[in-house]
Design a protein around this ligand. Structure first.
Ligand code: SF4
Ligand code: SF4
Length: 474
């Protein structure tokens, strides 16, 4: 992009030097409107992230991703292996959602919502600024010889890193094994939970490694979503973009001089102050154009706006815009494509929420007993025998369940071998019933019947099955 159109920066990444060694990044502490917005959003998201596994709806953890036992809760809706199709649909919707979202809004997710960015920029980086100071002080500390001051700062910083990594590890496990099991690991003797105890410390180590050392490399090297940007973004996607038309003008960027008339001299609005580079947590120069390393954190937007105000120039030299907006020098508009994609995204979310909410917390299935046809009773009724299976998908016991024949109100359902159904939490209850229907109410020899499952007189779910009776003329 830029007037020189130099593309050499694409041959290397800013975090690795020519010898292939890690080049540590010390971004300047951002400040400005967008950073404030991101801080507030981070507080909100961190509160949700850290508390969600400890919130329960109808006894179900709000979010649970227990891959080992194949138990998943999304927004308090439990998914059982029987619901696997819903999980697959959710994942498909998720993939389409992410694709469409990225095509329109670029890496907004990375900058504002991604837990990696939030923890790194809003928690760990703030610890760096608090203990070691801003960019310059951090660099000096890194270069200076070890002394009492350096040891004190480094030790206290890493103790805090470890403590927060420990907290993240615990919350992460609460999402994976459930908060109830986590609390048991914490409160009961270690000898009873050796595996869980070791897991907590392994994940603490992993998070400590990520946030103390690996840092922005996650976004640049490891994150698959980051790697996908190259194929998902086009010149209409919204990105954090440098307005090179305005910034470079005819004679290119140039340092600021008092009382100059930059427009007359053909100088661009970019005063080459490098503040946008100084604040960048991935160490890139956004003036080179769209780059894989850019996580859309907006720090450069704030930094540049600050310089624009200082030099009495309009803000927004670096701003949210598409490459096409910049090229055609047109303002950002919420165009038809964005409206259409956003409408599709909204519909997908509605479909997903509908799929989740129409599900019952108790699943019932009635199966005809193989080999059994029907019985003709003396009272001119027909009887069929069924086995049933009830699945409790909640974390609460469901007591005193009863059945009602909804399709044939004059018919009846008789429990065999029990008169009380207690469906234990996350358990399966199986049994046998006779369904009896007056022959006058039957229209077909193979008729669909609907059975309602009730608790305290309230229908909680229903199911359908087939009812056999003699063919016409019986
Ligand atoms: S270029 Fe700007 S938006 Fe992108 S990562 Fe760097 S500071 Fe953040
Ligand atoms: S902060 Fe703005 S003015 Fe300064 S170098 Fe970056 S783009 Fe140019």
């Amino acid at each position: 992009m830029g007037v020189d159109n130099k593309e050499v920066f694409r041959d290397s990444i800013s975090t690795i030097d020519e010898q292939g060694k890690r080049s540590w990044i010390y971004p300047k502490k951002p400040k400005g409107k967008f950073y404030n917005y991101r801080t507030w959003l981070s507080v909100f998201l961190l509160t949700i992230l850290l508390s969600a596994p400890f919130i329960k709806i109808n006894g179900n953890q709000l979010f649970l991703f227990n891959v080992i036992e194949r138990k998943f809760n999304i927004l308090g809706f439990p998914f059982w292996p029987q619901d696997f199709y819903l999980l697959v649909i959710s994942m498909l919707i998720g993939v389409v959602f992410i694709t469409l979202f990225t095509v329109i809004y670029g890496r907004v997710f990375c900058g504002w919502v991604c837990p990696q960015t939030i923890f790194l920029e809003m928690v760990f980086r703030k610890i760096d600024y608090w203990i070691e100071g801003d960019k310059g002080a951090q660099k000096r500390l890194a270069k200076q010889e070890w002394n009492a001051d350096k040891i004190r700062k480094r030790v206290s910083k890493h103790i805090l890193y470890l403590l927060i990594s420990f907290i993240i590890s615990n919350v992460f496990l609460a999402y994976v094994i459930s908060s109830d099991k986590l609390l048991k690991i914490i409160t009961e003797p270690i000898s009873e939970h050796i595996g869980g105890f070791i897991s907590i410390w392994i994940f603490t180590g992993v998070f400590y490694f990520i946030f103390s050392w690996f840092r922005e490399q996650v976004c640049i090297i490891a994150c698959p979503y980051g790697r996908l940007q190259g194929v998902l973004l086009d010149n209409k996607s919204i990105i954090v973009a440098y307005d090179y038309i305005r910034g470079e003008a005819t004679k290119g960027r140039a340092k600021f001089r008092k009382n100059e008339n930059r427009a007359e001299e053909g100088k661009g609005d970019c005063i080459d102050c490098d503040q946008c580079v100084e604040v960048c947590p991935t160490g890139i120069d956004i003036r080179n154009g769209t780059q894989l390393e850019c996580v859309n954190c907006t720090a450069c937007m704030d930094a540049c706006d600050f310089m624009m105000v200082k030099t009495n120039q309009p803000k927004g030299l670096i701003r949210y815009a598409s490459e096409e907006n910049i090229e055609k020098n047109e303002p950002f508009v919420f165009n038809l494509r964005m409206k259409a994609y956003t409408a599709i995204l909204t519909i997908l979310v509605i479909v997903l929420i509908s799929l989740l909410t129409v599900r019952s917390s108790v699943q019932a299935n009635f199966f005809r007993v193989p080999g059994e046809l029907y019985q003709v009773k003396e009272n001119k009724s027909i009887s069929n025998v069924y086995t049933y299976k009830l699945v409790n998908k909640t974390s609460l016991d469901v007591d005193s369940l009863s059945f009602k024949l909804l399709s044939h109100p004059k018919g009846k359902i008789e429990l065999v071998g029990t008169d009380h159904i207690l469906l234990k939490t996350q358990a399966i209850f199986e049994g046998t019933v006779f369904v009896e229907i007056p022959k006058a109410d039957l229209e077909d020899s193979n008729e669909t019947i609907k059975i309602g499952i009730y608790k305290n007189g309230e229908e909680i779910t229903s199911t359908k099955t087939h009812f056999l009776s003699p063919k016409n003329g019986w």
